[in-house]
Ligand binder design. Structure first.
Ligand SMILES: O=C(O)CCC(=O)C(=O)O
Length: 292
């Protein structure tokens, strides 16, 4: 993870707690979320639908020349000349019918209705990652990207296919939703307003050494989901395979609550002032200023 190798289980890393048995008990799930900052739920989604979404996307990636034609497209083996990358909001991929059904209907919406206790609003913008070999995501809170509406907002991280360790699964920093000093500073940031890059840290040890907590991860199967709140620090392991790691992260809140206008509507505004080279401030500079 980042520049380090972590041992599993070890001081800095252990396995995610499986909360699948709580699925029909909203109160128990909310209590677990409040305590751990996340829920790992196995086989919640229709596996056939997940694989169909994967197939529809892989067909597009194959047409784009991103996949190595020597292998079955469902393996997602990268053509060494191609980049993959962040495809969030790229409707060529995020509008494929099986994926839209997967993240906006059926079991996932029923789960959120149970958990949130009312009518659910999924954000219209859908984040999609075609993570190439060698790539990873640095540690961050999601609130810095989508914190303008209710904070009773949750991320669903969905592996679109099996994600074994070598493909670089997501990891949660358990306990990070109680890092009060970090929440009061970094957690109040907005990437479009403040022009800061977003990732708090690439070093998985430093946060634990300074604030406590422990990274938690797992291998994922198609159909599993990992859900968490806006103040749960998360990151991904490096993809050390030859394949793209295909996954989505989509957001859910109560329809009656205030909404961050950047992520809603036929053509969501999305980030509009982030990564402006003339205004950019480094995270290092901001962390020095905040003293975190
Ligand atoms: O999949 C990843 O690498 C990052 C996902 C993420 O940051 C999220 O789910 O909010």
């Amino acid at each position: 993870m980042g520049p380090r190798e972590l041992e599993l289980p070890g001081k800095y890393l252990d396995y995610l707690t499986d909360s699948t048995e709580l699925l029909s008990n909203a109160e128990a799930m909310r209590a677990r979320m409040a305590n751990d900052g996340y829920l790992l739920l196995r086989s919640v989604l229709d596996k056939e639908l997940v694989l169909e979404a994967r197939r529809q996307m892989m067909e597009i990636l194959a047409e784009e020349g991103q996949l190595d034609p020597a292998f079955p497209i469902m393996d997602g083996v990268r053509n060494p000349d191609s980049q993959g990358g962040f495809r969030g909001g790229d409707r060529k991929l995020t509008d494929v019918p099986a994926f839209v059904e997967l993240v906006r209907a059926g079991n996932l919406i029923r789960f959120w209705e149970t958990f949130l206790g009312g009518e659910v609003l999924p954000f219209d913008f859908r984040w999609l990652r075609v993570v190439p070999p060698g790539s990873f995501t640095g540690a961050h809170y999601d609130v810095v990207y989508m914190g303008r509406g209710t904070l009773n907002l949750y991320t669903t991280w969905t592996p679109l296919g099996d994600v074994p360790f070598e493909q670089g699964p997501l990891a949660i920093l358990e306990g990070s939703h109680r890092f009060e000093q970090v929440k009061e500073t970094y957690g109040k940031m907005d990437v479009d307003r403040d022009h800061v890059q977003g990732w708090f840290s690439n070093d998985p040890h430093e946060l634990i050494d300074k604030y406590g907590g422990q990274w938690k991860t797992a291998e994922f199967d198609a159909g599993d989901i990992l859900v968490f709140g806006m103040f749960t620090m998360h990151a991904s392991f490096k993809n050390t395979s030859d394949c793209f790691r295909l996954s989505s992260d989509t957001r859910y809140q109560l329809a009656a609550d205030e909404v961050d206008e950047r992520w809603i509507g036929e053509k969501p505004i999305a980030h509009y002032a982030w990564n402006n080279p003339e205004k950019n401030v480094s995270m290092e500079e901001m962390r020095n200023k905040w003293g975190v």
